[in-house]
Write a protein that binds this ligand. Structure first.
Ligand code: ZN
Ligand code: ZN
Length: 103
């Protein structure tokens, strides 16, 4: 028998209702916790370490604690909206190609 096991992180969503993300303003932030599990044959069987809960936005990736302190800036947010015409643009754009507004 070959032993296939190891320790790996496991994400757990602690709430089913999303919270408002302070980064992008949409209610797609969830309270989650990452625990370390010992797994055997890729099935987690034993929790080794209980992680601290944090709030992670599924849209922009912003991670904060429950009091709103930012742990990690959102990195998933690839698109922004033009403040003048509302078109969706790439984050690195400096001028809007649709209406010419400076971003
Ligand atoms: Zn967000
Ligand atoms: Zn525009």
């Amino acid at each position: 028998m070959i032993f296939i096991g190891g320790v790996g992180p496991r994400r757990k969503k602690l709430e089913n209702h999303p919270r408002i993300c302070s980064g992008c303003g949409l209610s797609q932030a969830y309270l989650v916790r990452v625990d370390d599990y010992l797994s055997l044959f890729f099935i987690p069987i034993w929790r080794i370490r209980k992680g601290q809960p944090f709030i992670e936005c599924e849209r922009c990736g912003l991670i904060t604690d429950e009091s709103g302190q930012v742990y990690a800036a959102g990195t998933n947010l690839r698109a922004i909206n033009c403040h003048r015409c509302g078109e969706t643009l790439k984050k690195h754009f400096r001028y809007c190609p649709h209406c010419g507004a400076k971003l």
